[in-house]
Write a protein that binds this ligand. Structure first.
Ligand SMILES: Cc1ncc(COP(=O)(O)O)c(C=O)c1O
Length: 428
């Protein structure tokens, strides 16, 4: 190889070498993440929409209603103030953290020190994943509910730790399986993840469950993260308990809440982590290296939301409850045999026969989209334990949900009729 002594070294690359594609070798951390299961569904959805076809989208738990007016007005007002455009404190405005502490006291009777026991996160998902990074490392094990909200599983994997998934459907069994895992696994699980009301299954629990969790945590020495994302979306008088209301909970764990669901502020990215001071401090340390905190006007508007919009949050839960009734009643009229959930933004539906024995949830969901123009999440997207189920998000209005039921009914009727015709043709 020869090159002009005066030219920079990078000019000396042989043309053949320069033409060879440079290999970008991403980390094992990224390689460990599975291929995106919903790619096919999203592609079909995109193509249909481009062709002008109306798709009823019950796929993602993305709230479609607006936050309260006073919250949006406060955001605009705060954004007009030049003082509010610099970096904010990484752990959140103290007045917002005080407001969260006040909500815990009012709603669950839990006393929190805003300074040591609360932190603001950029949505609860960011906070959860960084908390996994703060608590776990190679060789550590966390217990994760199955089927799994993907961030619960991949938050653990991204922290280079191992996950043991345990069936979440029966909460008593979840507890006894945790105890069994603690007795038989080595190293013992370091962290247990709880999520009630559970996404995707909608399973809920009573306060005694958390009392038992704390006892187990103390007995076996594991930490707890409770993800209470659906705290504000409960039905029929059910009030979801907080893990932190169990005696001694603060000794062993933290809880995440969010303004995404009940407050219709999903895009704003406002979440909270509260509870054990050491865990909160570890999260603050990690976050201090990753981000500079949340846009101040958002925090100011979030304070207004927490302080003044209880009535709207309650009304929004009623909206979800009515949508639940429309969807569950409608699908049950088609013979689906669903029990109405008492919380969350979802219906977790067992795929009815004869479809369940003929196809997996991904294929069935794709069929509903391709032939019925209704998008839902296949249970398999939440891991093997979700196979045989669909998750339908209550994010379209009641009329659209009625329309979805009609479309699903028609699509399955036509598919059954086609099959019958093929059978007749074959036998004839
Ligand atoms: C169980 C659960 N946890 C956390 C989140 C994320 O919420 P956030 O918008 O606060 O990040 C969701 C959103 O769907 C969820 O279902």
């Amino acid at each position: 190889m020869s090159h002009d002594q005066d030219s920079p070294v990078h000019d000396s690359v042989e043309p053949r070498e320069a033409a060879r594609p440079f290999k970008i070798d991403v980390s094992d951390r990224v390689k460990r993440l599975p291929a995106y299961l919903f790619a096919r569904i999203n592609q079909v959805k995109y193509e249909k929409r481009r062709a002008g076809i109306d798709v009823i989208d019950l796929g993602m738990g993305n709230p479609s209603d607006a936050p309260a007016d006073i919250v949006v007005e406060k955001l605009a007002e705060a954004a007009r103030d030049p003082k509010n455009h610099g970096y904010a404190p990484a752990t959140g405005l103290m007045s917002l953290r005080r407001e969260v502490a006040a909500k815990y006291l009012k709603q669950w009777g839990v006393r929190l020190d805003p300074e040591r026991e609360t932190i603001v996160t950029l949505g609860s998902k960011e906070g959860f994943s960084h908390m996994c990074l703060a608590l776990l490392g190679p060789g550590d094990t966390a217990i994760v509910p199955a089927p799994s909200y993907p961030a619960h599983l991949y938050g653990v994997y991204l922290a280079s730790a191992n996950a043991v998934t345990l069936d979440v459907m029966d909460s008593e069994r979840y507890l006894s399986n945790i105890a069994y895992a603690c007795q038989h696994l080595w190293p013992k699980p370091k962290l247990v993840i709880l999520n009630y009301p559970h996404n995707p299954t909608t399973v809920t629990i009573e306060p005694q469950f958390y009392v038992d969790v704390v006892k187990l945590a103390k007995k076996y020495g594991f930490m707890v993260i409770s993800d209470l994302a659906y705290a504000d979306v409960t039905f029929d008088g059910y009030k979801t308990p907080s893990f932190l209301a169990a005696p001694g909970a603060k000794d062993v764990g933290v809880e995440f809440t969010t303004m995404s669901k009940g407050y219709n502020m999903a895009g704003w990215r406002v979440g909270f982590c509260v509870g054990n001071a050491e865990m909160v401090r570890a999260l603050a340390t990690i976050k201090g290296y990753y981000d500079y905190g949340m846009f101040t006007p958002i925090q100011i508007a979030a304070i207004v939301a927490l302080r003044h919009t209880d009535a709207q949050v309650e009304a929004q839960a009623k909206v979800y409850q009515r949508r639940r009734d429309v969807l569950v009643d409608g699908l049950n009229r088609l013979g689906w045999n669903l029990t109405p959930p008492r919380a969350s933004m979802f219906v977790w539906a067992k795929i009815p026969e004869p479809w369940a024995s003929k196809m997996g949830s991904l294929e069935f969901a794709t069929k509903l989209l391709e032939e019925g123009n209704v998008a839902v999440s296949p249970g398999a997207g939440f891991g093997e334990a979700g196979e045989g189920y669909l998750r339908l998000a209550l994010v379209e209005n009641e009329n659209r949900l009625r329309q979805a039921v009609r479309c699903i009914g028609k699509c399955l009727e036509q598919a059954a009729a086609k099959k019958q015709a093929r059978k007749v043709a074959k036998s004839g």
